[in-house]
Design a protein around this ligand. Sequence first.
Ligand SMILES: [Zn+2]
Length: 285
Amino acid sequence: MHDPAYIGLVERICEGLPEYFVAELPTGDAIVGHDSFQIALLAAGAAVDAARRARADRPMFALVRPPGHHAEPARGMGFCVLNNVAVAANAARLNAGATLIVDFDYHHGNGTQAWVQRALDDGAPLGFISTHAYPAYPGTGAFSESRVSDNGFIIDVPLDLTTNTHDFIGVWSMLLPPLAAKLKPKTIVVSTGFDFLEGDPIAGLPVHVEAVDALCGLLGEAAAEHDAGLAFVLEGGYSLPNLRASGRALARSFGADENRVHVPTAHVPHDPRLKRIIETVLHGE
Ligand SMILES: [Zn+2]
């Protein structure tokens, strides 16, 4: 997924740094230290492994940092060095076929989208659905960047700072089931960013943690429906109480002893702008 020259550049920069020194990658705003390349490899490898194990067994959650979804094929940025989710999706697609990437992090997964854009037309079906605040870092993710082809899709749903729990769940409840049915994924890889939740110190929408239960319900149902492996990979999320509550919600939904997935009823958001986006995605203009 990444260009070999970029991987070589990251390796050289990190390994050239003395211990305890840091530097910014020349490609963007990502600070690295002496061990960052090795740690980024472990994070991407854990995401690949989570997707593989999820197909063979049960939903998995790769608790990794650094996050990945801003890293483009030849450009690390936004705390991201390697794009864990895109690397995992690429491997899953080669090994098992149709692959769906779901990204609900507060920020747009520009790096993942750049790879999907490049990979969409060759190979097994591939889809990317993202909700994110807009405008916000990194500046991409307008609805006009969405694209549908015979082999898959990119669907960008920009939210604004008024998007609340009802509308957030509404968007996913209206879009995820039909788009998953269209793609019939064998693997679903989730850019699991919890910085969309209320109270995040650097991001956050007025969305309550019950949205995490709803997302787990919808994703669990889509995975069961299509017999797909479901792999969550941590992205952003900078409030420790929110990370704790979200991690618990996820573990509760897919816990070993009981399956408590709660699927929300599909409902249209109140926000007329989001209603129009859903209408356009589902029925064309
Ligand atoms: Zn984020």
